[in-house]
Design a protein around this ligand. Structure first.
Ligand code: PGA
Length: 242
C-alpha cells in the first residue's frame, strides 16, 4: 500500500530555524507522498521542492474583507496542494464547528486543494465509549454535499485529542478498529471502495515501526516530531520505504 507522511508544523520555528531545517529536508526528501505543512507565512520557502506543501487552515470564502484569513483560491494559486481542515486545535481554540469545517472542505475541493480532514474524540468521550458516535457525527457533517469524485481528493486524519502532543497513543488494535469504522462510515455515505485514513497523535521516530504494522492505516500526520529533521526523516523512511 502506498502511504503518506504529512507534517503539521503548527505555529513553530523562526525564519532562521526554517532555513536551517530546509537545508537538511530539501536535500533528503524526495517523494510526492510527503506533505509538509509549515506555518503559512513560511510556505513560499517550501514550494518547488521534491515534496508536496499544505496549509494548516483556510477560510471558506474565495476573497473579500476577511482580515487575517487566507482562501483556498489563494493557496492554490501559489502552488499549494493540500489543506489541513478541522484540526482539533482549530475546533478547540478557534471554535470551529462541523458546519464551518464542511464549508471549508467544499471550498477547498471547488478550488482544487486536496483536504486532510482531522477527526477524533476526547479522552472523556473515549472513556464513555462514545468514540464511534463522535466520529460519525463529525464525518457526516464535515463531508456533507460532496460529489463522488471529490472523495479522491480527501484524506482523513484520525487524531484522538488525548494523544496529540501527549506522548500517548492508542494500541495498534484500537487504531485498526477505529480506522475500519471511519472507512466503513464514509463508504456508507458515498459509493466508494476505499478512502485514505492517516493516524495522528504522538507519532514519533520511536513508535513509527510499530504503528506501521497496522494494516489499514494509509500513513501518518505528525506534529511535534516533524520539527526535528532527523526524526521526520526516520518516520518518512520507515513509512514509505517498507
Ligand atoms: P503530535 O501532533 O504529533 O505533536 O501529537 C499531531 C497533530 O496535532 O497533528
Amino acid at each position: 500500500m502506498e502511504k503518506i507522511v504529512a507534517a503539521n508544523m503548527k505555529m513553530n520555528m523562526t525564519a532562521y530555524e526554517v532555513n536551517e531545517y530546509l537545508k537538511v529536508i530539501n536535500e533528503k526528501v524526495n517523494s510526492d507522498n510527503v506533505i509538509l505543512c509549515p506555518t503559512s507565512i513560511y510556505i513560499p520557502y517550501f514550494l518547488k521542492q521534491n515534496y508536496q506543501v499544505g496549509i494548516q487552515n483556510v477560510f471558506f470564502q474565495e476573497s473579500g474583507a476577511y482580515t487575517g484569513e487566507v482562501s483556498p483560491l489563494q493557496a492554490r494559486s501559489l502552488g499549494i496542494n493540500y489543506a489541513i481542515i478541522g484540526h482539533s486545535e482549530r475546533r478547540t481554540y478557534f471554535d470551529e464547528k462541523d458546519a464551518d469545517i464542511n464549508n471549508k472542505v467544499l471550498s477547498c475541493i471547488k478550488n482544487g486543494l486536496k483536504v486532510i480532514l482531522c477527526v477524533g474524540e476526547t479522552k472523556e468521550e473515549k472513556d464513555l465509549l462514545k468514540t464511534e458516535k463522535v466520529l460519525k457525527k463529525q464525518l457526516t457533517t464535515d463531508l456533507k454535499n460532496l460529489e463522488l469524485k471529490d472523495l479522491e481528493n480527501i484524506v482523513i486524519a484520525y487524531e484522538p485529542l488525548w494523544s496529540i502532543g501527549s506522548g500517548l497513543t492508542p494500541t495498534n488494535e484500537e487504531i485498526l478498529s477505529t480506522v475500519y469504522f471511519i472507512k466503513s462510515t464514509i463508504m456508507g455515505m458515498y459509493d466508494i471502495t476505499d478512502i485514505k485514513v492517516l493516524y495522528g497523535g504522538s507519532v514519533n521516530e520511536k513508535n513509527i515501526d510499530l504503528l506501521n504494522q497496522i494494516e489499514n492505516v494509509n500513513g501518518f500526520l505528525v506534529g511535534g516530531a516533524s520539527l526535528n529533521p532527523d526524526k521526520i526523516l526516520k518516520i518518512i523512511d520507515s513509512t514509505l520505504n517498507k
